[in-house]
Design a binder for this molecule. Structure first.
Ligand code: ARG
Length: 269
């Protein structure tokens, strides 16, 4: 009996010690291995969206491959689009990934990786709409996601403080405004509106391209200014271009071949 209680005592000690061990190890370990905080707006299928409580999408698989290649551990957190831009700006996050367009204005606040995806804004309208191009958006109610290049493009067409521009926290809400007749059109990234129209045939929506009004855009990972991560991630992205991993992930999501040569050429600009 005595032996047994000594054994129990020893065992509890061991348990207490090991519990202490793991808890301190874990918090220190995270700091030492620099688990990166990566922020996103997971309401932008097929790039990042929630599926059964998990963030999935092309960006998510791309990030996973790039971080692995670059040798970094990370935690991907959904914070929404404007908060993510703020976090990267304020350096409370290490990376933003969210189909983020690289442009001159943003370059003043962020450092971007090399481009990893070609995109452009397009117009989503109900079938039978009299909107046929960007100029037709004038005097129409247009829903956009706040702080996106879609908002910027529509402001250029309609005027910056035009009340006909309805701004939403995410693109899904902008599309809901359209499908519930609160707006005549949505302007957002082509892949996102095309995917929505295709996956929701009952909504009877069509996508309009207007190359004269909407420029080609390239997505990049956003880093805080002067982040040391950029060099490692750029190198890793280029490795994925060269070893076929990028094309494989692209194929899985878009069922077509990426123009990797074009993406590489953009780096030289
Ligand atoms: N490419 C556009 C931009 O950078 C839209 C990005 C929106 N991304 C998102 N996950 N909601 O402004």
């Amino acid at each position: 009996m005595k032996k047994f209680s000594i054994f129990i005592l020893a065992l509890s000690f061991a348990l207490i010690l090991s519990a202490c061990g793991t808890s301190t190890d874990k918090s220190e370990g995270d700091k030492e291995s620099k688990k990166l905080r990566v922020v996103t707006d997971a309401a932008y299928a097929p790039f990042e969206y929630m599926d059964k409580g998990e963030i999935v999408g092309f960006d998510v698989d791309f990030l996973k491959a790039v971080a692995k290649e670059a040798g970094y551990e990370y935690e991907l957190v959904h914070v929404a689009f404007e908060p993510l831009l703020l976090e990267v700006k304020d350096k409370t996050a290490d990376i933003g990934i969210s189909a983020i367009t690289i442009n001159d204005e943003r370059k003043q606040t962020y450092d971007f990786s090399v481009p990893y995806f070609l995109s452009t804004n397009k117009i989503l309208v109900p079938e039978g709409s009299d909107i046929k191009n960007a100029a037709d958006l004038k005097d129409k109610v247009v829903a956009v996601q706040s702080s996106t290049t879609g908002q910027e493009a529509v402001e250029k067409l309609l005027g910056k403080n035009n009340k006909n521009i309805k701004k939403f926290e995410n693109t899904n809400l902008a599309i809901m405004e359209l499908t519930s007749n609160g707006a005549d059109a949505v302007v957002a990234d082509n892949t996102v509106v095309e995917e929505y129209a295709k996956n929701n045939p009952d909504k009877k929506l069509i996508v309009i391209e207007d190359k004269g009004s909407f420029e080609p855009e390239y997505y990049g990972l956003a880093f805080p200014k002067d982040s040391k991560l950029k060099a490692d991630f750029d190198k890793a992205i280029n490795t994925l271009y060269d070893n076929g991993t990028y094309a494989k992930i692209y194929q899985e999501w878009f069922k077509s071949e990426p123009d990797t040569e074009d993406l590489k050429t953009q780096q030289k600009k």
